[in-house]
Ligand binder design. Sequence first.
Ligand code: HEM
Length: 402
Amino acid sequence: MTNFALDRHPIDPASPDVHADNERLRRAGPLAPVVVEGVPAWAAVRYDALEAALTHPDLSRDARHWDPADRAAACPQSTIARMAADTSFLNAEGDRHRRLRAPLARAFTPRRVEALRTRVTEIAAGLVDELAPGPVDLRARYAYPLPRDVILELLGVPVPMRADVHQNLEVAARAGGTPGAVTAARARLHELLGEVLRQRRGTPGEDLITDLIAAQRRGDAELTAEDLLDTVELLLIAGHVTIVNLLTNAVRALLAHPGQLALVRSGESSWSQVVEECLRWDAPTAYLPMRYATRDLEIEGVVVRKGEAVLACYASAGRDPEHYGPRAGRFDLAAPAENHLSFGHGRHFCLGASLARLESEVALRELFETYPHLSLAVPPDRLPPLVSVLGNSVSALPVELG
Ligand code: HEM
């Protein structure tokens, strides 16, 4: 069992300032000893340590390598325990990972993503038009529904089923729900997605689910029915909340830094630079997921014992002064960092990165061009933090549309 006697830093999901916490953790070493949701782990807080952890051959996403005593310390309802129990290819390694990831990587081509540009613009414009005057919570009214509607469309979930799928997904994915409600929502989600798969088998469409079914039929993807369901569920979750956080953080960053926003308005900086700089400076994912050591190993001089967990800390790596120098803590569009790790790195690199970039650029342009006088309705330091060990954002973004 992991050494609890070590002076461990608690990670508080309700912390009002993730970046201040991360600064303290970075002082504790490249891998900081932490306790998160009651579980001991090493936090890869510095850029080099995170890069090394994400590519290390002996750090596995497969939770069967996790020390059983450490795993038992995790409350079954915690985000950590639920992510460890996920059976999608996010947690697969080796042949299984390659087998499950390959058909999706082939279906998720830049051409398919680019083909979505017009539709994403339409969805964004529709949501912008629906915003009412007065203080508006942009997270709830814009950042949240936009990626939800895009991913449901990309997958090809029929319009009449979307509300039901989305509602159950929300309950299933939410940390802290009652066990009964979560189990019921997961079962209903499986039922609904199973129905979508059945429909698409009979009537193919122009969507990602149809592509995955076709790959399965051609025999170039050894996907079982259960694998397909897991993959679709992973896409629904991975392709939603991350973008909600990115959009929320980007709007907040621009409104809190009018000088930087002026650079975009004058054309000196592009929306694509805004997205990259926001990904680095305020990464949408704070801490998860975990990796488990399959043998004793060393990262940046720190010994990790077989079975111990290593936590990926994207938001911290993005502000590491050892990597980015004195500009690490500054939101600076004149020097955007394209080599950030906020989409991960190596064999589990985010499959939706190009979609996330396209969606965010379109969404931000649409919003700021429609509302040139947009402003925060409360001071930036009064915005409510998001209570989560996964996401890094605020839970509401009240703005005046102007
Ligand atoms: C993996 C971040 C959007 C699908 C990842 C990982 C990160 C990440 C950090 C790596 C996890 C690891 O190392 O174990 C983000 C961020 C996003 C975003 C910050 C938006 C701003 C999306 C979208 C989709 C998506 C839009 C799909 C529609 C995936 C999938 C994986 C993944 C399938 C698993 C890849 C694998 O394990 O091989 N993402 N993601 N993500 N992401 Fe994203």
